[in-house]
Design a protein around this ligand. Structure first.
Ligand code: PLP
Length: 386
């Protein structure tokens, strides 16, 4: 929710810009961290969701580690003060340079996504006189019931190692002196809102770890990844994700063996709702059949609708009682540069401030300069108070 005072302060700021409600971020993290502590779990924030300095600082101060998917993310996590012993690193295509960066940083764990990757990590670690801790990212073949572009745990997806390759993994581990196997990792997709998907993931990981245990390979860590969704339809009604339901589902369905550590990699659920993309109405174009509200924010600022057909709630912050329907679009020369069709908004006039909600995750990090547009800057609630 954007307050009247905040909206008034927006008047002096060049649009479009990202507005981050840091109070909401802190509240979200307080609730998340309390549950992690209650169950004795470990959490690593997925930096790719939002890598803004101020946001990283707040997340780090809540005691979370970092989940990285590139060498540069590992570097950024270290530079931002995350404890290397709490950094995990996944990705199907880790380059030699990236692997060396992570080895040098002394990260907690590589989440390996193919059999050949294990050998390369071993060889590079040997060359540096180090030993790398690795987990196997397993492809559990689970349908996350989410958009197919953000589903990652089906056997047709490129992520993870399938169970039929476990024997090859075991044989390779027996030969490799510079990697140490510490556990299993799964991440089945993003924006998952159905709790049974997580229950099923817990049951699958139990079957999968049984294979390793049966083959005399101890599994000390279980990493369940991220993926918890947020309410894009009604962000004001549900500003904090359903962490209680989520951890309750995990707790009831996951078999944890004595001494085993359980890890999570939340991304979207921590940061989506604290971010809003703020823009202005440039023009209202009345067609025969419909009206277009043309905003100064475009798909280059927030690509999710164009990339994943994602829904974002849109609100005209400039008060008007009368509601009308608009196709809300951006200025970029692509037909997919559309914020929403047939949306009911307070009647728009040129200059009105419009908020695109739930823009804190996979928003600013994916911004690009297509059409030579400027990158939208970040504005923080803490600074408006001063
Ligand atoms: C993207 C990603 C996450 C975070 O996913 P969210 O849906 O944002 O929670 C966690 N783990 C891995 C390996 C990822 O690639």
């Amino acid at each position: 929710m954007i307050t009247k005072e905040q909206a008034d302060a927006f008047g002096a700021i060049e649009t479009p810009f990202y507005f981050y409600d840091l109070d909401l971020l802190r509240e979200t993290l307080d609730r998340y961290a309390a549950l992690i502590a209650r169950y004795g779990y470990n959490a690593h924030y997925a930096l790719k969701a939002n890598a803004d300095d101020r946001i990283l600082e707040i997340i780090r101060d809540h005691g979370l580690g970092a989940d990285c998917v590139s060498g540069n993310e590992v570097k950024l996590a270290v530079k931002s003060g995350f404890d290397p012993k709490k950094i995990v690193y996944a990705g199907v295509g880790k380059s030699d340079k990236e692997i060396r960066t992570a080895l040098r940083a002394g990260i907690f764990c590589f989440n390996c996504e193919s059999v050949p990757e294990i050998r390369i990590i071993n060889d590079l670690a040997a060359g540096m006189g180090r030993t790398a801790q690795i987990s196997i990212r397993v492809n559990p073949d689970i349908d996350a019931h989410t958009h197919r572009y953000i589903s990652t745990g089906l056997k047709e997806n490129k992520f993870g190692i399938s169970p039929w390759a476990f024997q090859d993994v075991a044989d390779l581990l027996a030969q490799c002196r510079n990697v140490s196997f510490i556990g299993l990792h799964v991440h089945v997709g993003s924006q998952i809102t159905e709790m049974p998907v997580f229950a099923l993931t817990c049951r699958r990981i139990e079957e999968l770890q049984q294979w390793f245990i049966d083959h005399g390979i101890p599994v000390r860590n279980l990493n369940l990844g991220g993926g918890l969704g947020v309410n894009y339809q009604d962000p004001a009604g549900e500003p904090v994700a359903r962490f209680e339901d989520y951890f309750d589902t995990i707790h009831r369905n996951l078999v944890v063996r004595p001494g085993q550590q359980v890890h999570f990699e939340p991304g979207r659920a921590l940061v989506a709702q604290c971010g809003h993309l703020i823009s202005r109405v440039l023009y209202v174009k009345a067609g025969r059949e419909k009206k277009f509200a043309i905003l100064d924010a475009g798909m280059n600022d927030l690509v999710r609708p164009a990339l994943y057909q994602a829904y974002h709630a849109i609100e005209n912050l400039s008060s008007s009682k009368r509601k009308l329907r608009y196709d809300v679009v951006g200025p970029v020369c692509e037909s997919s540069d559309c914020w929403g069709k047939n949306r009911l908004l307070a009647a728009c006039t040129r200059g009105d401030l419009v908020a695109i909600h739930s823009a804190g995750a996979y928003g600013q990090v994916m911004a690009m300069r297509y059409n030579q547009r400027d990158l939208a800057k970040a504005v923080y609630s803490d600074d408006l108070k001063k």
